[in-house]
Each structure stands twice: as structure tokens, then as C-alpha cells.
Design a protein around this ligand. Structure first.
Ligand SMILES: *Cc1c(COP(=O)(O)O)cnc(C)c1O
Length: 365
């Protein structure tokens, strides 16, 4: 078809993001039941109960368009973060904010700098808008901020950083970050993706919100998908200087955040009990899994998030064999980690089921 042949080369060469199959479909195919999904870094305790109640109470309003300004959520979150409402923008997941930032601040031919093995969406979004992604190798599974800073050129409009990084679970620390800020031009937008911010316990972690300053374009990204257990609602947000947010508001679709997402997120913000339980389950799970990996003689990357990158040798094969035992993890070939799988921390029962299945698999090697 002529229309298809005319599509830009940078679109034609994109590889579509490969979605996982529905869990019911996997069970039917493999003839298994009661499988557990530890593949997408979702909260194993489920959604915030307060969010569920808030959504349930307002379902009869679904015939109305959502609030295009996220009025109440914006004010609630601004209070909680200690910023002004004008510093906030909401998206259909924080993924949409990544896309809005790239579409707003990059033109075709501009460059974005990012780590080679960071969140795949960064590269996808930059390429889809005709930008050029310059990727910088990780050092010891971690963002190499010195090298990333050195890769910034006069053509660079955006630097994308994930802290903690997905899929490695690693963080860069305050000293490297401050050195990086001292070197990188203020003409560049620094997009700092903190989807796993709430899980970090390391005292050396730099909370990027603390570095927002009038002359520094930092856009901090956070989400309700992970700790708050609302991945299915699709809501995340960006925090940035007013001029940066204003530009992105021009590009945003008027009703990009659906109504239940706004009701649920606002209620989840005050659900301290769900947050406390979620963090405790994650801490216990990380400790348990890392101890079991050591017992099994498996190399892993110590994690600051709610998942662990685990070296198993033949990642794709281990993924398949775990699947047959009803445990779904994420193979990492797409991230150029063919010897690894990434496993999300589950409830303790799920973690134990995963370890038992993993032991069965590696025994056959
Ligand atoms: C999970 C994740 C997100 C969250 O995306 P949403 O669109 O908010 O669900 C963002 N960044 C990274 C690195 C992630 O792993």
C-alpha cells in the first residue's frame, strides 16, 4: 500500500512493544491453573482499598467526561509533595508524560541521551518522534552519569534517567548526581523517572524533587502503577518548573486521564495503611529472594525497587520452564540481558512458589 510505503523510515524500523498474553490464555495453553504473575512489577497486595471504595462510590458518574484539569487530584498531590498545582501534569500512566515531554521538547533530528539498558519506552518514544537516541552503556548494572554527561552535545534536548533503573533495580547516588548537574548544560531537559521512588531505602539516594530550581529544567516522573497498585487505571504524573509544564499542557489531550483514575489516585494518596503494608511485603520479599538466590548460587543485582534482575544462564529457556510450572517472570532478551530474567517481588507465598519452581528448573541443567 502506497500510504504505508510513505511512512517515515524511523517509524518503519521500530519494533512494536511485545505485550504479554493474558494470564487466562497462558493457563489454557499450558494446561495449568493458579499460576502467579511476577512479570510486570505490579503490587502483589492489589489496589489500595481506599481507591477501590472511592471508585465504587462514583461509578454512576461514568457518563460524564473526566475533569480535564485533574482539579482535586492536582491540589491533593501538590499539598502532599509541597509543590504548587501549576508544577504538576498528569498522564495516562507516567509513560504518557515521557511521550509528552519528548514531543514537546524535541524536534526531528534532535538528540536524547539515555542509558543503553534503561526502560525500553524511552528509546521507542524518541525514535517515534524522529529524534535520535544516544545510548550510554551501564557500568556495573548502574547508570554511568559521568559518561551520560559526557555524551550530551549541542544537539541534545533531553536526558532520560531512571532512578531506580528498570530492569536492573539499581540507583545512582547523590555525589554522582550533583557532579552531573554541575556539568550538564541548563539548556537540556533532565527527565528523571522515579517510578520506584517510594521503595528506595538507601540513604544516598537523591530525590530529584529536592533539586528543582528556577533555572534548572528537571522533570520528575512518578506513578500510581507500582506502590499504589493502580497499574490498570493508567495514571502517573510529572513535576516540573511552571514554564516546562505549561509547554507540555499545550500538547496534552484534554481528557487524557480517565475519571476513575482520578478518583482512585486521590483516595490512594491517603492510604497510609496500604502503603505501609506494601513496603513491608516488598522488604521481606527482597530479603527472602536475595537470600535464596545466594543459597542457590545464582548471581543477582541487589535491588532498590520491587523486582530483581537474576542471572540464570539461558534466560528464555528458564522463562519457558517456569511458565510450565505456573510462574510467569520476564525474560530479558529484549533488554540485551539474554542470561537474565527479571522477577517481581510477590507475596511470601508467591515468592516461595517461585523459588521452588526455580529450584526444579536449575536442577535439570
Ligand atoms: C513501571 C514503570 C513506569 C510506570 O509506567 P506507568 O505508565 O506509570 O504505568 C515508568 N517508568 C519505569 C522505568 C517503569 O518501570
Amino acid at each position: 500500500m502506497k500510504i504505508v510505503e510513505q511512512v517515515a523510515e524511523y517509524i518503519r524500523s521500530l519494533v512494536p512493544y511485545e505485550p504479554g498474553k493474558p494470564i487466562e490464555e497462558v493457563e489454557r495453553e499450558y494446561g495449568i491453573s493458579n499460576s502467579i504473575k511476577l512479570a510486570s512489577n505490579e503490587n502483589p497486595l492489589g489496589p489500595s482499598p481506599r481507591a477501590l471504595a472511592a471508585i465504587g462510590a462514583k461509578m454512576a458518574e461514568l457518563h460524564l467526561y473526566p475533569d480535564g484539569d485533574c482539579f482535586y487530584l492536582k491540589r491533593g498531590l501538590a499539598r502532599k509533595l509541597g509543590v504548587l498545582p501549576e508544577n504538576l501534569i498528569f498522564g495516562n500512566g507516567s509513560n504518557e508524560i515521557i511521550e509528552l515531554a519528548v514531543r514537546t521538547f524535541m524536534r526531528a533530528g534532535d538528540e536524547a541521551v539515555m542509558a543503553h539498558q534503561a526502560f525500553v519506552v524511552y528509546n521507542l518514544v524518541v525514535q517515534a518522534s524522529g529524534g535520535k537516541a544516544r545510548t550510554v552503556a551501564l557500568r556495573n548494572y548502574t547508570h554511568d552519569l559521568d559518561a551520560i554527561g559526557a555524551a550530551v552535545t549541542a544537539q541534545t534536548k533531553v536526558v532520560l534517567l531512571a532512578n531506580p533503573n528498570n530492569p536492573t533495580g539499581t540507583i545512582y547516588r547523590r555525589d554522582e548526581w550533583e557532579r552531573f548537574l554541575g556539568k550538564v548544560s541548563r539548556d537540556v531537559l533532565l527527565l528523571v523517572d522515579e517510578a520506584y521512588f517510594e521503595y528506595v531505602e538507601d540513604g544516598g539516594y537523591p530525590d530529584s524533587l529536592q533539586y528543582h530550581a528556577p533555572e534548572r529544567a528537571i522533570l520528575t516522573l512518578r506513578t500510581f502503577s507500582k506502590l499504589y497498585g493502580l497499574a490498570g487505571l493508567r495514571i502517573g504524573y510529572g513535576v516540573g518548573p511552571k514554564p516546562v509544564i505549561d509547554m507540555m499542557q499545550r500538547v496534552r489531550q484534554p481528557f487524557n486521564v480517565n475519571a476513575p483514575a482520578q478518583w482512585g489516585a486521590l483516595a490512594a494518596l491517603d492510604d497510609d495503611e496500604h502503603v505501609r503494608r506494601s513496603l513491608a511485603v516488598n522488604r521481606a520479599g527482597i530479603d527472602y529472594l536475595q537470600k535464596e538466590f545466594a543459597r542457590l548460587g545464582l548471581e543477582y543485582v541487589p535491588s532498590s525497587a520491587n523486582f530483581i534482575l537474576l542471572r540464570v544462564g539461558r534466560g528464555q529457556e528458564v522463562f519457558q520452564k517456569l511458565l510450565r510450572q505456573g510462574v510467569i517472570v520476564r525474560p530479558m532478551g529484549g533488554y540485551q540481558f539474554p542470561e537474565h530474567v527479571r522477577v517481581t517481588v510477590g507475596t511470601m507465598a508467591e515468592n516461595q512458589k517461585f523459588i521452588a519452581a526455580l529450584e526444579n528448573v536449575i536442577r535439570t541443567f
